[in-house]
Design a protein. Structure first.
Length: 319
């Protein structure tokens, strides 16, 4: 029965890899979990990497317990460096070590991943240092899973430096490592400078007292409360600003309407004045014409009256 299930599982994930390479729009999450079923093999990681270069649909890549080594991670990262859609990567419980982390550094530089889980890999302090340096300039990653990867206070120190300056990370898991109270103090101090991390788990670190893990968790939780308050204040400020902008827009519209009305009234008044001026001009022209006609009539009637008077005088003399 177990052999049959393994065969079915094998067929399923091989089929999904083919879908990945075809850019099949139905495949959004490539999930392979081979716990107690053997290795995925380097050839499969190479095919996945090649598929990622051409795929524009997949958003989540989860390869759990597949016995992927550093070379396999290299194949995957070669594809991820040319992929812009995958933002969730989980390589939980694989065989990759510091060299695998070195490959992942190149992907982190691209700021495409939002979630990275390397829990139960063999990263160690050397890998944590490599990842930490990349994370100092990363502005996209929000969730980082480094549970049980073998880091000590040296790894905690570099990750504390990351916590101090990151503005994107919100959730970090450092549980089941070898961090002591000294490393815990570094993490606590770093949280005092941070405004984004709201969950930092350091439970069951073999050299850390339980109380220290609680303090770290509570400090991050306090940041969560502050972040929520800041968010509420920001939302309130944004709402007030929106109301102010709306009022300003309303006032501006009213002012424009008033200005437009004033312009219209001025235009109407100007039109009336022009009409009055034309009418007055017409009256003046009419008066001038009347005066000219009167003058013409007077000039014409003068000689006629003179002639009539002369004729009357001649008649009188004859009589």
């Amino acid at each position: 029965m177990h052999t049959l299930l393994s065969a079915v599982g094998l067929t399923t994930w091989q089929s999904d890899i083919k879908k990945l390479r075809r850019n099949d729009r139905s495949l959004r999450n490539l999930y392979i979990n081979l716990i107690r079923k053997g290795s995925i093999g380097e050839a499969a990681t190479r095919r996945i990497g090649e598929g990622l270069k051409l795929n524009s649909v997949l958003t989540s890549l989860s390869l759990l317990s597949c016995q992927i080594d550093d070379a396999g991670v290299g194949h995957l990262c070669a594809g991820l460096k040319e992929n812009i859609t995958v933002d969730y990567l989980t390589l939980y419980n694989n065989r990759c070590g510091p060299e695998g982390a070195r490959h992942l550094v190149e992907v982190l530089k691209l700021n495409t991943l939002r979630n990275l889980d390397l829990g139960l890999c063999k990263i160690g302090d050397a890998g944590a240092v490599l990842l930490g340096e990349a994370l100092k300039t990363n502005t996209a990653l929000k969730v980082l899973g480094l549970c049980n990867i073998g880091i000590t206070d040296a790894g905690a120190a570099i990750l504390s430096d990351v916590v101090k300056i990151t503005e994107s990370l919100t959730d970090i898991d450092l549980s089941y490592n070898n961090i002591s109270d000294a490393g815990g103090e570094l993490l606590l101090e770093a949280l005092g400078h941070n405004s984004s991390v709201v969950s930092l788990r350091a439970d069951v670190n073999r050299k850390m007292r339980h109380g220290m893990a609680d303090r770290i968790r509570d400090r991050a939780k306090d940041r969560s409360i502050v972040s929520n308050e800041d968010s509420s204040q920001a939302q309130s400020a944004a709402s007030n600003k929106a109301v102010e902008e709306e009022q300003m827009a309303t006032d501006a519209a009213a002012t424009k309407a008033a200005a437009d009305s004033a312009v219209e009234k001025a235009a109407a008044s100007r039109a009336k004045l022009q009409a009055s001026a034309r009418k007055a001009g017409e009256m003046v022209d009419a008066r001038k014409k009347a005066e000219q006609l009167a003058t013409t009539d007077l000039a014409a009637s003068g000689p006629a009256e003179a002639a009539a008077g002369a004729g009357a005088g001649a008649v009188g003399q004859t009589v």
